[in-house]
Design a protein around this ligand. Structure first.
Ligand code: BV8
Ligand code: ZN
Length: 249
């Protein structure tokens, strides 16, 4: 949908928005695109993203073991990009939904913290957060904005141990408790929105399918089709920042 072009919201979706008790929202990089956060696959940057390394290589578990300084350089760069980005109307609309529905669960693959900044509470950060570091000895977590940017790797205030980015890298398990809540809420919702994700990375991409299996009404918001599109009850083709505000009651 281009600016000014009117998008019809199907009446059945309006009805579902009125009757829904438990709403589940899964977001990906696309929800932050209008905030200036680069997406991973949108815009064709599937090749080398960092010093000739593809995304799945630089953001992989073995980097922690083999080259922690390089990993920190990559995530220092990512935070540099994020520091000028602010929430957009898509984040703001989703934040309002937490007071609109009986149960609203927001699970994001994004590590940018923009949902929190928009006012969303209890955001399930499936892949962690770029603004946090985690100690590799005691597991303690600290906000990087409280730590010296010139000390790499950062040092844990609790035990003096070395810290790593508190993000889930390829080949690493998702945070158990966060995943358990997301999986149970997805399987219990009656309306599920999938916003701005290419739905390729697992296990996150399995959540909408779990919602569908348990009878939820599935809605995709994305300018492009994804592997999930044919499973959806409604697909809204366009930018999340333009479309989500149209769903306000
Ligand atoms: C694991 C943090 C288990 C770091 C990330 C099953 C099948 C195949 C492979 C696997 C499988 N299970 C596991 C795997 C391996 C792997 C995986 O899924 N690989 C993929 C590439 C096939 N998964 C893992 O490794 C996971 N861990 O499985 O552990 C295990 C462990 C040990 C031992 C045994 C088992 C961990 C995955 C998490 C990795 N970390 N991020 C960082 O950011 O650097 S993933 C990262 O990439 C993001 O978090 C996100 O998940 C993904 C990017 O996807 P999107 O967010 O969707 O972004 P993308 O650019 O692709 O798409 C943007 C979309 O938005 C597009 O569709 C575009 O059209 C749309 N869009 C653009 N503008 C807008 C818009 N939409 C709306 N509005 C707009 N304005
Ligand atoms: Zn520690």
């Amino acid at each position: 949908m281009h600016a000014g072009q009117h998008l019809d919201i199907p009446s059945e979706l309006r009805e579902r928005l009125r009757s829904a008790r438990s709403v589940f929202v899964l977001t990906g990089a696309g929800v932050s695109a209008e905030s200036g956060v680069p997406t991973f696959r949108g815009g064709g940057q599937t090749g080398a993203v960092w010093k000739g390394m593809p995304f799945e290589v630089i953001s992989s578990a073995r980097m922690v073991r083999n080259n922690l300084p390089e990993l920190w350089e990559w995530f220092d760069y990512r935070r540099g990009v994020l520091s000028d980005c602010r929430p957009n109307p898509a984040h703001e609309t989703i934040a309002r939904w937490q007071d609109r529905f009986q149960t609203l669960t927001l699970a994001t693959q994004n590590i940018d913290g923009l949902h929190d900044e928009a006012g969303s509470r209890e955001v399930l950060e499936l892949h962690g957060n770029a603004w946090r570091a985690r100690c590799m000895s005691c597991g303690g977590r600290e906000d990087l904005r409280d730590k010296r940017p010139d000390v790499r790797p950062p040092v844990c205030v609790a035990c003096g141990g070395q810290m790593r980015p508190d993000v889930v890298l390829f080949g690493e398990m998702l945070p158990e408790e966060v995943w358990a809540i997301a999986a149970s809420r997805a399987a219990a919702c009656d309306l599920c929105f999938v916003v701005g994700t290419s739905a390729i990375v697992y296990p996150a991409a399995g959540l909408p399918q779990a919602a569908l299996m348990s009878g939820a009404f599935l809605v995709e918001v994305n300018p492009e089709p994804t592997p999930l599109s044919e499973m959806c009850d409604v697909t809204l083709r366009g930018a999340a920042g333009e479309i989500l505000p149209l769903l306000d009651d």
